[in-house]
Design a protein around this ligand. Sequence first.
Ligand SMILES: *Cc1c(COP(=O)(O)O)cnc(C)c1O
Length: 392
Amino acid sequence: MTSSMDSLDAQLSANLVTLAGQGLRRSLRVMESARGPGITCAGRELINFSSNDYLGLASHPALAQAMSEAALRWGVGSTASRLICGTTAEHAALEEELAVAKGTEAALVFSTGVAAATGTIPALVGKGDVIIMDKLAHSCLIDGARASDATLRIFPHNDLEKLESHLSWAREKHPDARVMIITESVFSMDGDLAPLREIVELKERYGALLFVDEAHAVGVLGNGAQGLTGGLGLNDRIEIQMGTLGKALGVSGGYIAGSRMLIDHLINRARSFIFSTAPSPAVASACRAGLRIVQSQEGESLKVRLREHIRLLSAGLGMPTATSAIVPLILGSEVRALAGASRLSDAGFFVPAIRYPTVPRHTARLRITLSAAHEPDQIRALAAALTMSSAD
Ligand SMILES: *Cc1c(COP(=O)(O)O)cnc(C)c1O
């Protein structure tokens, strides 16, 4: 027994050594404190430009209060899956409020965004159907697509011509199939936007369904928590809108918003929903508080502040104003990206090096994410450090 364990460890160790040689080994970084945009890591204080806490709600007192009050009222655990006895009034209210926020008939909350994607895609398409997906779609969308057994076609990032040729192929070769386009509205590692209007027109022309992941759009683009879909007035022309409660909304969880029928179907068919313990009611309550703030005057002010930060960093780097709160600096090799991150860390900034397989090979990058919680001076200082380090 010991010897087979030893030999597994020896094999795994050889693998990790190879990864390290390629600059691809990863390890956990333990945050000793985190509050707003400052973190303490390995005893050092750094200004954090890596979180997805776009509005600073993760440490907002109203969310903390909602969570602690709900924990005292409901207990900390949901005790069972949503379909057994894990659905509390907090979950139901959150789902109603999400549907209103997204401009859909209904919404369904999952324990994570990953669970929302991997449960929903196979619940809607299967063998004989076709999925057409953007090349840069998040790994959970790829996992959902693979688990579905549908035929998968990838189009180059935001390439409408290639998307249309896949649609036309699917209609010809699989006339009776369900065809689903999957994309993100704000791309997680590039921060650019999908041409959603054009994609909606194409999917209508070819009778396809559209699944849009709004993880990095909600709370950043559009009014309230509309995201880009609602911001463009497309919410009732997109069948499946997905998002996370762990980014701008400040807590954790994922959701699908769409028709009442879609949600009823998922309650019966999405395996990651059916067979998983419900999120804590305290988490649902904190999400409701986050959603309330995003839709309030305070939320609009936070978004204005975030946009100002995006403008400030873009100007400081001498580039056109970024379209979202994600600003990637593509450096190419893993080694360059790691060296860049380490230089920034020495200067007091935490900006992560993002490497394969999170991004394609040879596109390793520094990924800066901005928050309303930053101070303008922190952003100016980062821009200065970046322009200095690229000069040497
Ligand atoms: C973060 C993210 C997810 C996953 O959401 P979680 O709630 O973190 O599981 C899905 N899609 C995209 C594009 C993301 O960035």
